[in-house]
Design a binder for this molecule. Structure first.
Ligand SMILES: [Zn+2]
Ligand SMILES: [Zn+2]
Length: 618
């Protein structure tokens, strides 16, 4: 598609942009973009060292709540200071501080009593991280694997009443390691997720769920304490605990069953064998949700026009020792060299180039803000905090440029997301790419401003965004995302490209925001999506309980057609209670594309019922 003619037009366009907009300071702009800079080799060394420093295992995978991430923040601030930026955080500091939930701690009481026996050791009972706190007594129903899978004609709850009862359920799903299983047979389907089972139990009216490892494949596996770090601890609304096999045997004994025989019955014919047990139990559980503070690190280069600003951002946090977002079972520092020491290093290097030029008398039109975000991995929390409480008036921010995973340049391919978020961005990005000698990338562009990184937080506030990304790889979200695998030359080139984009934006009139089309997949980093039905809502990640607050809906989506708008909080979905994002995911998964569903939202203090026809995930 890229003919010579198009190429030349693009270069001309770039130069026109650069020179035309340079009217107030005509000498300076063009040389930076076109000069082949002798310092490029030095910059490459620089950027490599930055990634090495940030991805040092001693910084503990830059997990929220660790000393490692705090050290990283201090180091980034020192780099910004050395470069000559001014602090733009809270009260004249470099840091924009905020609190996040980081995990849970098991407290007392924590026990199960049945038939006069009390089970209270950590081998016998451990609360699940999303349990509520409390002490309740109720009858017990054995509910097989706790799965309702209408598409697979399997329902452990068919024909049994679990209202006000504890359900006793097995982990995983029927037919594990059986290639003839109606479930996958080789890997667990989403029905096997414990959180999914808890919501399913709650939707059937249970007051608690007791989970036990099935002896068939998991005999003797120790109970796991909820991780002290990570996310996903929003309450499920019922008491939930993992119990040992001997405890389950004690509950099943009055019915003449053992855990092994109860599981064997299901496995023998791959049908549910649920039943109410004769005796009641008392369960007491207590969890303390732990919080930690973390900080964005923000530096500023003042512009001539105080009413105009541009933001360059990259998150510096990562997964710590692992946790629920890790794709590895290993508990080790997830050093995140590509995700996202690379973007942070590219941003710092770009900032250094800008400040070096100000020492030669150049000044940007716009105030340039450089922000290393924290809390990205736990739900874009740092960038949401930034847009909620911005260091400059939000309406003065004309464009946000994000970099996330830019350290693995291969085949010269760079993805640029967000080209549909402002008029002319597509041509603009191409033109800059052609005009900068160190760029010349093979660009893959996508329109959408929503995507799995911090630019989303700006786009949802109607700010044009661009996001650079060099593609997914097998080390994504694993401890093996290490420094030695970084393409440092490629990263230094991307830093140049990002700097040139900022410089060209600085020289242009304000970009005009446009609502972008949702893209099929280029913005998806790994996994995700592709399961269940599609509504096209954009949840606000900052809000964690009391319904799912929407920050917007996608243009042309089923949600928009059904009348949902930003600001709505979804509280029920086709009869399913929605307290948080997990409930909402469960609800979406449990309904099929093409179905009409009633969605109840809280809007301005009132409940509003809407009917939405579910779509297929694009
Ligand atoms: Zn990332
Ligand atoms: Zn990540």
């Amino acid at each position: 598609m890229r003919t010579e003619h198009l190429r030349n037009t693009a270069v001309l366009f770039a130069l026109t942009l650069v020179t035309a907009a340079a009217a107030p300071a005509p000498v300076e702009r063009k040389p930076l973009l076109t000069r082949v800079d002798k310092s490029f080799a030095a910059e490459t060394t620089h950027v490599r060292e930055y990634v090495r420093t940030l991805a040092d295992p001693r910084w503990e995978g830059r997990g929220i709540g660790t000393a490692g991430i705090d050290s990283a923040a201090v180091w980034i601030a020192a780099r910004m200071q050395a470069a000559g930026l001014e602090p733009a955080g809270d009260a004249g500091t470099w840091f924009q501080k905020f609190d996040v939930t980081t995990g849970v701690e098991v407290q007392e009481p924590c026990f199960l009593e049945a038939r006069g026996q009390r089970f209270a050791s950590r081998e016998q009972i451990v609360p699940l991280g999303f349990s509520t706190n409390g002490t309740l007594t109720g009858r017990v129903v054995f509910a097989g694997y706790g799965i309702t899978a209408p598409g697979l004609a399997y329902d452990d709850y068919a024909g049994i009443d679990v209202r006000d009862a504890f359900v006793l359920v097995l982990t995983n799903e029927p037919g594990e390691l059986d290639s003839t299983s109606r479930f996958d047979g080789t890997i667990n389907t989403p029905y096997a997720e414990v959180r999914t089972k808890a919501i399913n139990a709650r939707e059937h009216g249970a007051l608690g769920m007791l989970v036990v490892n099935g002896p068939r494949h998991h005999f003797g596996e120790p109970l796991k304490l909820p991780a002290p770090d990570g996310v996903g601890y929003m309450s499920s609304g019922l008491l939930c605990a993992a119990i040992g096999e001997s405890v389950a045997d004690a509950l099943l004994a009055p019915a003449g069953l053992t855990l092994a025989t109860a599981q064997a019955a299901i496995e023998a014919d791959q049908q549910p064998h649920s039943l109410a047990l004769p005796e009641s139990t008392t369960v007491a559980l207590a969890l303390k949700r732990t919080r930690a503070s973390t900080s964005n690190v923000v530096g500023r280069l003042a512009g001539r026009d105080t009413l105009r600003a541009l933001v360059m951002g990259a998150h510096y946090d990562h997964l710590g020792m692992g946790g629920s977002s890790s794709l590895s079972s290993e508990r080790a520092p997830h050093v995140g060299a590509d995700d996202n020491a690379s973007g942070t290093a590219a941003m710092l290097t770009a900032a250094e180039r800008f400040t070096a030029r100000t020492r030669k008398g150049w000044h940007p039109e716009h105030t340039l803000l450089f922000c290393a975000f924290s809390g990205e991995e736990i739900g874009l929390v740092g960038s949401s905090h930034f847009t909620d409480d911005p260091p400059v008036e939000l309406k003065t921010i004309e464009t946000m440029l994000n970099m996330d995973m830019v350290g693995r340049l291969r085949k010269n391919q760079v993805q640029v997301m967000g080209v549909g978020t402002a008029t002319g961005f597509h041509e603009f990005v191409k033109a800059v790419n052609q005009a900068v000698p160190m760029a010349q990338f093979d660009l893959k562009t996508s329109e959408d401003g929503y995507g799995p990184s911090d630019h989303s937080s700006f786009y949802k506030r109607d700010i044009p965004v661009l996001m650079l990304f060099t593609g997914a790889h097998a080390d994504y979200h694993k401890p093996s995302d290490t420094y030695d695998k970084i393409n440092a030359t490629g990263l230094a080139r991307i830093s140049r490209f990002a700097g040139a984009l900022m410089e060209s934006l600085d020289a242009r009139p304000r970009a005009t925001f446009t609502k972008a089309k949702a893209d099929a997949s280029p913005g998806r980093i790994a996994g995700g999506g592709g399961y269940g039905s599609y509504l096209g809502t954009i949840p606000d990640y900052m809000q964690t309980e009391g319904g799912v607050l929407l920050s917007g809906v996608r243009a042309g989506s089923p949600a928009e057609k059904g009348g949902l708008v930003g600001g709505d909080a979804i509280i029920r979905f086709d009869g399913i209670r929605v307290d948080n994002i997990y409930d909402y995911t469960f609800a979406l998964r449990s309904r099929k594309p093409g179905q009409d569903v009633r969605v109840t939202v809280k809007r301005g203090g009132k409940e509003v019922d809407l009917v939405v026809t579910l779509g297929r995930r694009p």
